[in-house]
Write a protein that binds this ligand. Structure first.
Ligand code: BGC
Length: 726
């Protein structure tokens, strides 16, 4: 690896244009043109093809062959021979697709997430990728927002834990390893707080909300050694994140000490014009660069105007050098100067893609991520059934991967039909693709046939939900129920077949309040990836017990959004008996026509067994700031099958200088218990967990009483008090 002195030497020999080129990021397509005329997205940069030799990084290229070809030519063309960084959105797998992050959020298994990302890194590195634009850690409280699928849900601490696991997985033994890729935490900051759940929308939120809820997960990424930060598209408190000096300089650089690369989002620098804060491209470059946004992704601003701004003295060459050095350092950490192709190896891709080991990881991840939302006892179905019908738009479809899986071959997904067929070799398995996956589907023509099939079968599995096309970027929706036709299907089938279960697919918590009334069992699969079908079959027929817990609450109705478990205390809280049902007019902070709690809240999820929580003990009830309290929780599997349980710990500050949430999730452990087995889990309370953001602008812990509880949000088995003393 080159020393810092060597990098400085390199920098010293670069011209202004060459330096600025390192801060320009283009699309792969820009390099695939063979010196002919530019068309399509390649024109967006307003650059001529000769500029290619200066460019520092690119995204959206196809595969390893592509990467090798482009890099080879680039090194020949660039007088300094500086390799480019090849970036891509590896969000939940590269070739082998595992469940979406929101689903992994339900697993409460950071080790599994790390394993998934390790697998993704191996495949991606072999496929020519050096850097992924992941993890996405935007706190998601509003299910209308399509991008909730990319993150871990509504809790800041938990999102940070899971994102750190992703970073560990991607980076593996270190960036220079051919099996590792660099990471980029996004979208900084509060992208999930866009008003009305509308994508790209302005986030108007207080310093208190930022500090307590929206910022901690990005900070956790910085602490975990993330290599890059991507500012969000939206404005935060009036200032677009791409040009937000408070966020990017004061907090990220100065307070948190991040000295890695800041890489704008797609054309976000030039979109400062449409935000209405810049008058032209030059102004855009000035604002973004002033906020220390190092790289301009797909926009003409840096390439076209940064030089002028330096020549005019608006920025010094030292400022430019600082940004270029960050990029060169990252290249150096990736080992690109020695090996510009990093791990690119087409033959290895073919070996790794969907190999048995990777399929197995994907299946396990899909199993751990599924959440049993309801079960009146029908599940698990017996494997002795003679006739099974699968009904609905997800019965035979391969489309269970998601929006963000461009390198995954969806035709190689195991469908629910294939999964059930494989598991039940002797049963008759019939699938009928009732309804489309369109949310505005109106075709009810084969519902009657579906009902007849269900009536004459032993069990009916309703494979319904929201298409992966309707979550992800630019996919906000206001009606997040099942489509009308799917609702009819579910109602009519369950009316004739009591052995029915609903398998629910989609990238967001859908509103299923109506179905929850009458469907005997509901198993949430989210978008489970390549092995979704085999996982679903094994879960439905009892090979494995569901163990996932909701990490983003399910609203009872869109009118509740945003809705989340850690609501702030109010002067007139809803009465406990009206959390789940409409409240009468009683001057409390409740709804007259709907419960205040979510339908399925954070931490909730059923199992095929039952767990008895026997005790919770604290090794002390008073602690100083230096102390920790050990919390021992004993539980027993009182059912008939082995299963996993997530032991969850929540804290509450009884009297504080700010209004605190009614409960805050602070620690957890997922364990496996055989039938009849008893285990004791130890969790720890320490002083940083007790901190709050004060109106004076600091994180402190305040002496006083707290409660500690185990269970899940609003449903605790035990609650004890302890005190923080000076
Ligand atoms: C998204 C980012 C993504 C980038 C590059 C943007 O539209 O907001 O999350 O990393 O595109 O694909």
């Amino acid at each position: 690896m080159a020393s810092e002195a060597k990098l400085k030497e390199l920098l010293a020999q670069m011209t202004l244009d060459e330096k600025i080129g390192q801060l320009v990021q283009t699309n792969g397509i820009f390099f695939l043109k063979d010196d002919s005329e530019l068309t399509g997205p390649a024109t967006e940069l307003e650059l001529d093809l000769d500029y290619r030799k200066n460019i520092g990084s690119l995204l959206n290229f196809k595969n390893a062959e592509n990467a090798i070809k482009i890099q080879k030519k680039h090194i020949e063309d660039d007088r300094n021979g500086i390799p480019m960084i090849f970036a891509n959105d590896i969000i939940h797998g590269c070739r082998t697709i595992f469940p979406i992050p929101l689903a992994l959020g339900a697993s409460f298994e950071p080790d599994l997430v790390e394993e998934c990302c390790r697998m993704a890194a191996k495949e991606a590195a072999a496929d020519g990728v050096h850097l992924t634009f992941s993890p996405m850690v935007d706190l998601s409280r509003d299910a209308r927002w399509g991008r909730v699928m990319e993150g871990f849900g509504e809790d800041a601490y938990y999102t940070g834990v899971m994102a750190a696991a992703q970073i560990r997985g991607y980076k593996g033994k270190g960036l220079s390893s051919k099996e590792s890729i660099a990471t980029c935490a996004k979208h900084f900051a509060a992208y999930g707080a866009g008003e009305g759940g509308r994508d790209y929308n302005a986030a108007e939120l207080s310093e208190h909300a930022l500090r307590e809820y929206f910022l901690p997960a990005y900070k956790a990424c910085v602490d975990a050694g993330v290599d890059m930060i991507m500012p969000s598209f939206n404005s935060v408190c009036g200032v677009p994140a791409t040009a937000n000096k408070y966020l990017l300089c004061d907090i990220l650089r100065d307070e948190w000490g991040f000295d890695g690369v800041v890489n704008s989002d797609y054309s976000a620098v030039k979109e400062l014009i449409t935000h209405g804060v810049a008058k032209d491209y030059k102004d855009c470059a000035r604002l973004a660069f002033d906020a220390q946004c190092d790289i301009d992704m797909i926009s003409p601003c840096y390439a076209g105007y940064l030089k002028q701004l330096i020549e005019e003295g608006v920025f010094s060459e030292e400022q430019l050098d600082r940004s270029v050095m960050r990029v060169l350092k990252l290249k150096n950490d990736l080992g690109l100067f020695e090996n510009p192709y990093h791990g690119a190896d087409p033959a290895l891709v073919a070996k790794l893609e969907l190999c048995d080991e990777h399929r197995e990881i994907a299946r396990r991840a899909a199993e751990e991520s599924a959440v049993l939302l309801k079960n009146n006892g029908v599940l698990p179905f017996s494997k002795d059934v003679k006739k099974v019908v699968l009904l609905g738009p997800f019965a035979t479809t391969y489309s269970i991967l998601s929006w963000w899986s461009s390198r995954g071959d969806k035709t190689k997904a195991t469908t629910v039909y294939a999964g059930v067929k494989e598991l039940l070799k002797d049963a008759e398995v019939i699938a009928l693709d009732v309804c489309t996956r369109d949310y505005n589907d109106e075709d009810e023509s084969n519902i009657a046939e579906a009902v007849e099939l269900a009536r004459n079968a032993d069990v009916a599995i309703l494979c319904v939900g929201e298409s992966g096309r309707y979550s992800g970027e630019a996919n906000s929706r206001t009606d997040i129920r099942l489509s009308k036709v799917q609702r009819t299907l579910v109602r009519e089938v369950t009316a004739v077949q009591k052995n029915s279960a609903m398998l629910l697919f989609g990238g967001r918590p859908l509103v299923i309040t109506e179905e929850n009334e009458y469907v005997p069992a509901i198993l949430e699969m989210y978008l489970p990836g390549h092995e979704g079908g085999s996982a679903a079959a094994r879960l439905l027929f009892g090979d494995v017990s569901p163990s996932g817990k909701v990490s983003m609450s399910f609203p009872r109705s869109v009118g509740q959004c945003p809705v989340y478990y850690n609501r702030t205390q109010t002067n007139r809280p809803p009465r406990a008996q009206y959390l789940d049902v409409p409240s009468p007019h009683n001057f409390t902070s409740a709804y007259l026509d709907c419960g205040t709690s979510p339908l399925f809240t954070f931490g909730y999820g059923l199992s095929y067994t039952t767990f008895r929580y026997d005790s919770m003990t604290l090794d002390k009830t008073k602690m100083t700031k230096e102390d920790t309290i050990k919390v021992s929780v004993t539980l027993t599997n009182t059912g008939n099958v082995g299963a996993k349980e997530v032991v969850q710990l929540y804290l509450h500050d009884l009297v504080a200088s700010t209004a605190k949430p009614v409960q805050e999730f602070k620690a957890f452990k997922k364990i496996y218990l055989e039938p009849g087995e008893t285990k004791t889990v130890e969790l720890e309370i320490n002083e940083p967990m007790l901190k709050l953001w004060t109106p004076k602008g600091e994180f402190i812990s305040e002496p006083g009483e707290f409660t500690v509880s185990v269970g899940y949000a609003d449903h605790f088995h035990f609650t004890e008090r302890f005190e923080l003393i000076d």
